[in-house]
Design a protein around this ligand. Structure first.
Ligand code: MG
Length: 379
């Protein structure tokens, strides 16, 4: 940096609000504060105007694995159309709901956003179907879970920085992701919020997508009490509303209902406990409670989705074919490790042949996996 550039940036920073000042003004005492971070594995100096979790969020957004989420399916595959969610748009929806919750509860939004953008980054191609197949392939070699693979990606496989492997994320972000693997430990409130936002987001989105794709209809969905009630309210308020607008209004209403219920109970519980710090929350084993009646109805909705959408013959067929491709490609790679890119071939020494092949495969988008299958296996 030349001298004039340096003085210009310092002058600019002096006039900006620092992250510590900002957080001391807006966060609740039970939130996670940037100044209390346990730091990073490879120590780095503080950034002049971005807090540690803000940097983590940016690092996730700029990672290759994050960009690849656009080519990975959530529930419905790319061939089925362009309307429904991909793993990337799902991730953004989770981040958006989680940020709303965090802001209302005065939690650390930067940490919440980093955790939300990270939460599905370890998904292999073809969603949970791909994950199951890969888990089977690696059964004798530690298995495969997308939650654990997210950590492998950000700790070892991502290469963006000359100084260290991975993204060198803060302890709190990595620990939050570890909670997704071991849910028995009580986690900080920011971690709990992201978990809740994930299910609020996919239940509503899957209804929207499934109806749009013709896998089920609004009248079938109205077998579920909460859906029937919300639809009735929508039709009463907007007389003669079209089916496609009713579907969108229903999606919105479902999210709004659950977010509002959660904020109501969470706000009340947090006021009653008056935790003095984030550590006090964990020591007390506090977990957000949910409105039992609403959650019971959401349970009915989830079993409807499970029976009538996720197990729909059309999806079962697509999933099975995808799993066959994953298994075949995995077998092919293990027999032809010379096909692995150099970086992954070098991983064999550290993690073994099978896991190195599994890591390469897990990083693929759906279409890249299709292409590799066509070019290498199905010739
Ligand atoms: Mg998710």
């Amino acid at each position: 940096m030349t001298e004039p550039e340096q003085s210009r940036s310092i002058a600019a920073v002096d006039s900006l609000q620092t992250i510590d000042r900002r957080e001391s003004q807006i966060l609740a005492p039970y939130a996670t504060f940037s100044k209390e971070t346990r730091g990073r594995r490879y120590p780095e100096s503080a950034h002049p105007y971005r807090g540690p979790y803000q940097r983590d969020r940016d690092r996730v957004v700029h990672s290759a694995a994050f960009r690849r989420l656009s080519g990975k399916m959530q529930v419905f595959t790319g061939e089925m159309g362009d309307y429904h969610r991909t793993r990337l748009t799902h991730t953004h929806e989770v981040a958006s709901i989680a940020r709303t919750l965090a802001r209302a509860l005065r939690l650390n939004e930067d940490l919440v956003e980093a955790l939300a953008l990270l939460h599905d980054i370890g998904h292999p191609p073809y969603g949970h179907a791909g994950e199951e197949a890969l888990d089977e392939c690696l059964a004798g070699h530690g298995g495969f879970s997308h939650n654990a693979f997210a950590l492998t990606l950000v700790e070892s496989l991502e290469r963006r920085y000359a100084e260290f492997p991975g993204l060198n994320l803060s302890y709190e972000v990595l620990d939050g992701q570890r909670h997704r693997i071991d849910k028995k430990r009580v986690s900080r409130l920011e971690v709990q919020i992201v978990d809740l936002a994930d299910s609020i987001s996919y239940d509503a989105a899957d209804i929207d997508d499934a109806v749009k794709l013709g896998l089920t209809t609004l009248s079938e969905l109205a077998e579920v009490k909460i859906v029937a009630e919300l639809l009735e309210e929508i039709r009463r308020r907007y007389r003669g509303v079209s089916a496609s607008l009713a579907r969108r209004e229903l999606t919105r209403a479902l999210i709004d209902l659950r977010v509002s219920c959660l904020l109501e109970t969470a706000g009340r519980d947090l006021a009653r406990h008056a935790f003095a710090s984030a550590d006090a929350v964990i020591e007390a084993g506090f977990q957000f409670s949910v409105d039992r009646e609403v959650e019971e109805q959401i349970g009915q909705l989830e079993s409807f989705l499970y029976q009538r959408v996720y197990r729909h013959a059309k999806l079962v067929r697509v999933r099975k074919a995808a799993q066959d491709r994953v298994r075949a490609l995995f077998g092919y790679l293990c027999a032809h490790p010379e096909r692995l890119p150099l970086f992954h071939r070098r991983r064999i020494a550290a993690v073994g042949l099978e896991r190195a092949c599994g890591e390469y495969l897990a990083g693929m988008t759906d279409r890249y996996c299709d292409r590799r299958y066509r070019e290498w296996v199905a010739r």
